[in-house]
Design a protein around this ligand. Structure first.
Ligand SMILES: [Zn+2]
Length: 384
């Protein structure tokens, strides 16, 4: 699932390809992809609009248009964006076409149809606000009053609900970790206000925006902090290490164009961070710090990869973790392969722990090759 570095890479690739271009038309064969309005109104509001710039906020792509509207795209799990000649053939997984005035198309391809697009508007202070309810045949007025008429705006936002028009789309999102204003002091302040376990906390978009399963595991491994550790037990040095690790891994991942582990690819090609991950999906492989096999547990339904030697759980957190893991163990009873002994650190979600390091490496290699093939097919299918 694309996280901050992947969506940032897509934004950077898209920027020179679409900035300054005018949208001539928009078409979709999947109306549910469009939040808050129907395909006809959506196309009507886009027609003739010029793209002024491309930005990223959290895991969203934001295309600013010349009338103050913002076209937001969430690629979600498997969405892929390509800019290709309009005449290029497309496979059945391309669900949105934006015709550009240079003879090319911005295409959104999504095998699982989880991607969402929506039209919002830029507020005077730069925030992205819900647009007024779509009036049939009416474009978004650039000078719409702040707040706008009441009513429901776009649906399908990650917060789940439909908010009133004028509400900040990102009201419930936490700060951008790579923003210069996200200082250690600010991180500390947020951390000390929370009780959760670190893995869940990092995945919580209201805590910090843009982090998902890959970079949460990577940051915790780098900081030598157990995923089930609670924020309350962190000492100042732990907090500093987690802050540094988070910024370092995200910065490196942006430089390497993200991790192409599954379907993620960007308009200008795959990322290479997948070859530099040290924890994510390395179950059974030797820890790159101490050589002991990496473990996998499930936290909040997410596979969590860590080294139980380098990432120790302090005594204060063990009791609570045992209760949590007792639940996991009870749930695992229907799957005998998942029960491997009494220690919770031995629990493994997918039975991978039984493999030798060499076998695990071969499985990982096979998975990697299959994903690479899928991305090649995607490129061909999108007409690239
Ligand atoms: Zn280790």
């Amino acid at each position: 699932m694309p996280e901050l570095p992947e969506v940032e890479t897509i934004a950077r690739d898209l920027r020179p390809l679409v900035t300054g271009r005018t949208v001539l038309d928009a078409r979709t064969d999947w109306p549910r992809m469009i939040a808050g309005t129907d395909p006809a109104s959506f196309a009507h509001r886009l027609r003739g609009r010029r793209v002024m710039g491309v930005e990223r906020r959290a895991k969203w792509l934001l295309l600013d248009l010349d009338d103050g509207a913002v076209l937001a795209i969430q690629v979600m799990m498997t969405g892929q964006l390509f800019v290709v000649p309009a005449a290029a053939p497309a496979d059945r997984h391309v669900h949105l076409y934006l015709d550009l005035d240079d003879g090319r198309q911005l295409r959104l391809r999504d095998m699982r149809k989880f991607a969402r697009v929506g039209l919002y508007r830029r507020g005077p202070d730069g925030r992205v606000l819900r647009a007024a309810p779509a009036q049939p045949g009416a474009a978004i007025a650039a000078d719409a009053p702040h707040g706008g008429p009441s009513g429901s705006g776009g649906a399908g936002d990650p917060d789940g609900g439909e908010g009133p028009a004028g509400r900040d789309v990102f009201a419930r999102h936490g700060p951008e970790p790579l923003d210069p204003t996200f200082t250690l002091a600010r991180f500390r302040e947020r951390l000390r206000a929370r009780r959760g376990r670190l893995k869940s906390l990092l995945l919580d978009q209201s805590f910090v925006a843009g982090i998902g399963n890959i970079y949460a595991d990577e940051a915790l491994w780098r900081a030598r902090l157990h995923p089930l550790r609670t924020a309350a037990t962190l000492r100042p040095a732990d907090e500093r290490r987690l802050y540094r690790s988070l910024l370092d891994v995200l910065t490196e991942a942006v430089e390497r164009r993200g991790s192409s582990v599954d379907d993620y690819t960007a308009p200008e090609g795959d990322g290479e961070m997948q070859d530099h991950l040290r924890a994510y999906q390395r179950t059974g492989l030797p820890c790159l710090r101490c050589g002991r096999p990496m473990r996998r547990i499930t936290v909040g339904q997410r596979g969590t990869h860590f080294c139980s030697w380098c990432q120790r759980l302090p005594a204060a957190d063990r009791a609570g973790a045992a209760a949590l893991l007792h639940g996991l163990r009870a749930g695992a009873r229907s799957e005998p392969a998942a029960r491997r002994g009494p220690r919770w650190t031995e629990l493994v979600g997918e039975g991978v722990l039984g493999l030798t390091a060499d076998e695990a490496r071969r499985v990982a290699e096979r998975t990697r090759r299959a994903a690479a093939t899928r991305r090649r097919v995607a490129r061909a299918g999108a007409g690239d």
